[in-house]
Design a protein around this ligand. Sequence first.
Ligand code: F6R
Length: 369
Amino acid sequence: EKGGYASFMLKEIAEQPKAIADTLLGRIDGSGTLSLDEVRIPAEVLREVDKVVVVACGTAFHAGLIAKYAIEHWTRVPCEVELASEFRYRDPILDQRSLVVAISQSGETMDTLMALRHAREQGARVLAICNTNGSTIPRESDAVLYTHAGPEVAVASTKAFLTQLVACYLVALYLGQVRGTKYGDEIRDVVRDLSRISGAVEQVLETMTPVRELARSLAHKNTVLFLGRHVGHPVALEGALKLKELAYMHAEGFAAGELKHGPIALIEEDLPVVVVVPSPRGRSVLHDKIVSNIQEIRARGARTIVIAEEGDEAVAPYADHLVRVPATPTLLQPLVATVPLQVFACELATARGNEVDQPRNLAKSVTVE
Ligand code: F6R
């Protein structure tokens, strides 16, 4: 059933291009118009929405953090992202004009379920993004957009995460479409870019041998840090989470701009630091800033592992290890940049003798609060 792979996790990493394509299937037509019939929340209601609140846990929360960038950019509707386990305890401000997006692979996560129940009690509409047909979270929501990742067996989430991202982009674009934001042309371009993205993920998967070798060579390390800016920040958090849960290592993700406010004190000789670099095209300010962050940590002895777009030559002199990903629009980069981090964690954990499909102390769905 592992289809020749050493673990379900490796199999599920390899299935990501298909999972992405399946999640897009039938939802975008040839002219770049989205049709999300499942989202049964009427267009009039979506037009009145004045706030989006995303609630989720763990990896799904990281998808939510990325959703915020897309939703605010494409719709100009304010978006908050909150850990489901914290949400209802702080008396969040919600009403009929709030759209709550609950993201969950299993559809059974108790923290997320309790958050959405609380949201509905306050009159908010709840849209679930879920991978499991007929599970509790979609049943209790006003509408559901299913991710089509197929069953995810490995405890650590991989293909579900990428399809959650796709679903978040679709929701953001759909909101933009329904509300007729001034970014209509950009939306059509992104729809086109999204339809090519599964090929880009396939390309990343074909170039993972050096990442595997690097991971094995770092198996004796105690700490790995991850840095990113903009949507690269949640990618860094996700890379660190994968390494914690699979390799049982100290791994932390930071916003690169925060380095100088404390974390840079952690940098010491030969400490591996993974840096997710945004595209040099478009938001070039972001790119320049991260190049100087890489220089700062390297000057202090860090071993830099740089994930950067093909053709980005500016980072090359500062990268001890350079991992190339295909060029994508900035907002979509997490779909390609996360893949090397999944492979890295899986290989490093295996090299440490860990059981990657069943990490210690973890369960696939967390049905207690
Ligand atoms: C990490 C992981 C967990 C889940 C989290 C939410 O690899 O799998 O962090 O993402 O427990 O689970 P779902 O998405 O089922 O609500």
